[in-house]
Design a protein around this ligand. Sequence first.
Ligand code: C5P
Ligand code: C5P
Ligand code: ZN
Length: 470
Amino acid sequence: MSVPVPELRERATACADRLRDTDEILLASHIDADGLTSAAIASSALSRAGIPFETVFSKQLDAEEIASIAATEYDTVLFTDFGSGQLDIIAEHESAGEFTPVIADHHQPADADTEFHLNPLLFGLDGSSELSGAGASYVLARALESDSTDNRDLAALAVVGAVGDMQISDGELVGANTGIVEEGIEAGVVETGTDLALYGKQTRPLPKLLEYATDVYIPGISNNKNGVLRFLDGVGIDLMEDGDWRRWVDLTDDERQTVASALVKRAMRKGVPAKKIDGLVGTSYILASEQEGTELRDVSEFSTLLNATARYERADVGLAVCLGDRHEALERARTLLTNHRRNLSEAISWVQSEGVTREEHVQWFHAEDRVRETIVGIVAGMAVGADGIDRGTPIFAFAEKNDEEVKVSARGTPGLTRKGLDLSIVMKEASRAVGGDGGGHNVAAGATVPKDTEAEFVAHADELVGKQLE
Ligand code: C5P
Ligand code: C5P
Ligand code: ZN
């Protein structure tokens, strides 16, 4: 099985032909897990096809960034995991004859189009849940194959990108993503199974696995260190090995079953709603050729490792890990991960102690310079549903970008998008109204606005969200 949309594959073939026909390619990609895996997939496919290229990363593709790309000598620019939202600006440079764009993206397109534009949204697929930037890059990579190359092994990275972009719905990947998963299984690089849907099954000691798992909040376990220890004590399995806690991967199938059932029972006894309890179990995606017990084995942990690099100006490290470096780059990435974890945990504690400000239809907080603008979106996503923060209201999070500009990230929930919420429109319109710009997906979007326009921006956003949810 392949990605089941022939028109998408045809467009990929046209894009691949253009890339083969050109001498100088610049590959430009985004600095999150999906952007890094997109770049790794595209660069592997180009290398295997013998096509020379160079790579750059950008945290945001704005007019200035596109102008600096246009000022280079490359005649073709391959944009991955961004480009669609900036097509109006890109198209102007294209018409001026500065470069030909090839775009593999999944963001909401701006009001302009171009010939080599590969985006699931153009073919009736949902760009926030059915195909990621890495997925679009993977479809392109398959189109770049020759008789002697097989790029299906790159499906592993495409799954990391999709999961990194939170494309899991109700415990599993859906839509075109499932075609990629199947190709990964065929190629022997991906394995799936039904397992506990908690973050950290490969690397976290068992008590931490349970204590930090708050997506499904279980009273007496979530955020409760002593509660977890008492719970594990009552399970009746030896959970220590050579004086260390065992991890989920260290348990036998029977032991996992025992712990999982005890957890479900506990959740039921504490009155956690059945729908929520279902969320404790889901499809697990494992990278078969990675070593057990490492961050790389579990796609979700892998994606966090990548976010810990490129969002801290070390995209080179994340890309090297994606391309197979298991020595210096992996070491460096692990150090960056420790720092990233600490930043997230401090940020979320700060948000919880400070609380959010509630408007009629939205809620927001301003982290000023306490949170890096490159991770404020992750913090906003973690804040939704955290203690004291309502899940039924979209959240907007501000952080200082520089002396003149402020970054704002918005996050909703699938429940809210079903009621009409589209944050990509809200961010674009509210930011443009105050002299900024933005975009993204219905459920998660971002913008940059001039400093001191935050209050005006919130007022616009509040009104727009109110209308969407009417
Ligand atoms: O730029 P890109 O599309 O790669 O980023 C998507 C962003 O949207 C990620 O930060 C991801 O965590 C967020 N997202 C989310 N909830 C979803 C889908 C995406 O927070 N359901
Ligand atoms: O930065 P953040 O994680 O909040 O981004 C959420 C989504 O919005 C991402 O898909 C990102 O690419 C998009 N975004 C955008 N324009 C911006 C900022 C973010 O399209 N100015
Ligand atoms: Zn993406």
